[in-house]
Design a protein around this ligand. Structure first.
Ligand code: SAM
Length: 458
């Protein structure tokens, strides 16, 4: 072990890093890892706010136009805007993913017909997926499949995706090999692979304790399995992003070279970000590769030839008056869901067309349908996910701006008093962003925050 400043780093790790960086540069990076605090950055949500919240205004620019590198770490848990999905806390280096936006734009221009499909294969807790959703606002007819294989992590992913508010997303909990039934379906696949986590050393002493060369080799073998399982799902000429938060070449450059030679892919770019690099955070490896073949010529659509099962178009749209233009409504069991009009059919085909995927969510659940009392007319009730989503038509429900204390009280599932507010469903806003839904009964309110989102700190 090498003892430096606040941290003790494994000798073999430092030796590997020296091979990659050279003896002059390595000292600088090691002293950043061992002697300086971890960085903090946020990425603002364009679905919720165009402006950077004032508390982040002093932050430095990042690789994302929506990102800010902060001078110190605020207490995010006590900021209602964080819980409302107005921004995402993310390592600044990872924001380099935005460099693929011009490539995606060009691909869409080359193949304007059909849906533009993106898969984030290893997606929890949702940093890359929320970023991709922000970018896909600029790619017409696009949607994202956000997948996480580990069930408990998939629930966290689902919560973060719902908070972000995009409706052009399907959340799945599947093994990479399960996607093969789709054929060459995706225009872009992002594999942000599970790795040995050398870029987590400043944040997490456990990552240092668990590091070994054996583990690096195990991770590299697993990464190759994941890539082998998913590459058959990429369109000819499609784009693969392979990234890790580790520095060693075994998991990074060696795997890129292996993928390129094994699958006849062209390496477009590969680069490391180290702590201390300008604009970088903790550390990241980014690579992009293009699959062989002519883009847009072949490739298969998941739902071709398959009929849709379940889910009926909603006949009486006026029953759900809270929805923006440009979305189709479907009744799926006791839920009414909204899908962006341009991708409704492919999203439904993907989720209901018989692919072997475990789908946790698709589109936005906007309302529930309840039986009326004693067999009366069915009642349509807004869902919490409606007010988190781009689907929600602002002002279609009464809105009340609340104070910081009231917003936090709401998040603890307390029952804020709303003197003067109309009876019925009311949206609470904080900083202008929809943050809560209540049913105002006059003398009291029912708090409709899902219990899983409850703030547990005082
Ligand atoms: N992309 C995420 C983000 O930006 O928030 C971080 C992803 S993390 C580096 C890697 C993810 O891969 C983890 O959520 C982990 O559960 C998942 N994973 C672990 N084993 C996997 C496997 N065999 N196949 C696919 N994903 C796996």
């Amino acid at each position: 072990m090498i003892l430096c400043g606040m941290q003790t780093l494994p000798e073999e790790f430092v030796r590997q890093l020296t091979i990659s960086l050279g003896p002059e540069r390595v000292g600088e990076v090691v002293s950043f890892i061992t002697g300086s605090p971890a960085s903090t950055a946020v990425r603002v949500n364009p679905f919720k706010t165009e402006a950077v919240p004032p508390q982040f205004a002093s932050g430095k620019e990042t690789y994302s136009r929506w990102g800010r590198l902060l001078p110190e770490r605020p207490d995010f848990a006590l900021d209602p805007l964080f819980h409302a999905g107005a921004y995402y806390v993310q390592d600044a280096s990872s924001m380099y993913l935005e460099s693929i936006l011009p490539l995606m734009t060009r691909m869409r221009e080359e193949r304007p017909e059909g849906p533009f499909t993106v898969l984030d294969l290893c997606a929890a807790p949702g940093g890359k997926s929320t970023h991709l959703l922000s970018m896909l606002r600029e790619i017409p007819g696009s949607f994202l499949v956000s997948n996480e294989v580990i069930r408990s992590r998939a629930s966290v992913l689902y919560e973060n995706i719902s908070k972000w508010g995009a409706a052009n997303v399907v959340v799945t909990n599947s093994d990479p090999s399960d996607f093969q039934s789709l054929g060459e379906y995706f225009d872009v696949i992002v594999v942000d692979a599970p790795c040995s986590g050398e870029g987590m050393f400043r944040k997490d002493p456990e990552a240092v304790a668990q590091w070994s060369m054996d583990n690096v080799r195990l991770c590299a073998a697993r990464q190759r399995r994941i890539l082998s399982d998913i590459l058959p799902c990429l369109r000819p000429g499609g784009l693969l992003v392979y990234s890790t938060c580790t520095f060693n070449p075994v998991e990074d450059e060696d795997n890129v070279a292996w993928t390129a030679s094994q699958y006849g892919m062209e390496v477009l770019e590969q680069r490391h970000f180290y702590p201390g690099d300008p604009g970088a955070g903790e550390g990241f490896f980014f690579s992009s590769l293009r699959k062989g073949g002519t883009y847009g010529v072949s490739g298969r659509s998941a739902g071709k030839g398959r009929g849709r099962s379940g889910g009926a178009p909603l006949r009486f749209k006026e029953d759900v008056p809270w929805v923006n233009e440009g979305f189709h409504l479907f009744r799926c069991g006791s839920l009414i869901k909204a899908f962006p009009a341009a991708v409704t059919v492919p999203m439904l085909e993907l989720t209901e067309g018989g692919a072997r995927l475990r789908v946790l969510a698709s589109g936005t659940a906007v309302a529930g349908v309840k039986d009326g009392r004693s067999g009366g007319k069915q009642v349509i009730v807004p869902q919490f996910s409606l007010i988190q989503s781009e689907v929600y038509r602002r002002g279609s429900l009464p809105e009340v701006e609340v104070s910081l204390d009231a917003a936090l009280e709401y998040l603890r599932r307390g029952l804020p008093a709303l003197p003067g507010a109309p009876a019925g469903y009311v949206v609470l806003t904080y900083g202008g962003v929809p943050s809560g839904l209540v049913k105002n009964l006059g003398n009291r309110c029912n708090n409709l925050l899902p219990p899983s989102l409850r703030l547990r700190i005082s």
